[in-house]
Design a protein around this ligand. Structure first.
Ligand code: SF4
Length: 316
């Protein structure tokens, strides 16, 4: 007969992580360079190109935060210690052309045809949607703008409003007073100074109320197809740091750093891809590293699962 103490003990003992490194609900991927099995050799994106990367990137998985019982000497995903099985990479340069090219290649495979997620039919609508998207989600903005553009179909219609008149229409996107001021102010300036046309020039765009480089880059890249800079929103900010493409924290400095390491013809697509990556996998609080095809070239300190050494400074 099982005693009461035994039953209670069984009830409170937490589940132990599997010795294989598997975590609940997490698909464990084969470590790079390990012998592919016949069923999954093509399952990972970009594995083949890895032959040219440092050998140290090919070790067995370190286990994530959830794996509190990681074997002694192994690295936890909190990145506090260097795992015994993953030596430091000598001569590692996170912005080496070869590594950046590999990141871009994998992003192309992951997100081949991404574009701006904000619904718009012209440059003005994109400008309004981008202003409204600050501190909000694209989904939220896309819920508001169809009715907004039906009610005020032209830039002149917006220019005829006062900010107070617009406030109820954009209230649900948050910070509605400032956003109303910016949208109406931008409309008035476009009508007064630019003949009702959104300018396709960075300097002119920056004269519009509520428009900084991020918004201007969205308009220039997504509508006019001009690669003048790199859009640095919250996703690009976070992921560029996690991927060690920059150590900067200020959006303008991040943009300058990215413009140095990303080829100009990729500036527009790179922003879209990283924004999608930030929404789908590399989310702020709990990135889905075990599902990410950039995993074995990513050394972010806040990874939730890792096959490679994690770098303390590589974090959002
Ligand atoms: S491995 Fe994790 S932290 Fe690195 S890019 Fe992928 S999801 Fe983000």
């Amino acid at each position: 007969m099982v005693g009461l103490e035994t039953i209670m003990a069984l009830g409170v003992v937490p589940r132990q992580p599997a010795r294989t490194g598997r975590q609940d609900k997490v698909r464990v991927r084969q470590a790079p360079f390990s012998k592919p099995n016949a069923d999954n050799k093509d399952a990972r994106v970009g594995t083949g190109a890895f032959a040219s990367l440092p050998r140290a990137e090919s070790r067995a998985p370190s286990r994530g935060k959830a794996s509190a019982a990681a074997p002694k000497g192994r690295q936890s995903a909190a990145g506090k210690s260097t795992p015994a099985s993953v030596p430091k990479i000598k001569g590692y340069n996170p912005v080496a052309a070869e590594r950046v090219a590999e990141i871009l290649k994998r992003l192309d495979q992951l997100y081949p045809e991404v574009k701006c997620a904000l619904t718009h039919a012209n440059a003005w609508e994109l400008l309004v949607a981008t202003i409204l998207s600050a501190q909000s989600t694209d989904v939220n903005v896309n819920r508001v703008t169809p009715e907004l553009f039906r009610k005020y179909p032209t830039v002149e219609a917006f220019a005829a409003l006062t900010p107070e008149q617009l406030e109820p229409d954009v209230r649900s996107t948050g910070f509605f007073r400032n956003k109303s001021k910016s949208v109406v102010g931008a409309a008035k300036k476009i009508v007064a100074d630019f003949g009702g046309q959104v300018p396709d020039d960075m300097e002119k765009l920056l004269t519009l109320p509520g428009v900084a480089r991020k918004t201007a880059n969205v308009i220039l890249g997504s509508w006019f197809g001009k690669a003048v800079g790199v859009v640095v929103d919250t996703h690009v900010h976070r992921i560029s740091r996690r991927l060690e493409l920059t150590t900067q924290n200020d959006p303008q400095k991040i943009e300058q750093a990215l413009m140095k390491v990303i080829p100009q013809e990729k500036w527009i697509l790179f922003s879209h891809q990283i924004i999608w990556h930030g929404r789908k996998l590399c989310i702020a609080r709990k990135p889905k590293c075990a599902e990410c095809s950039l995993e074995n070239i990513c050394h972010a300190a806040d990874k939730t699962w890792s096959t490679v050494e994690m770098h303390q400074n590589a974090k959002a």
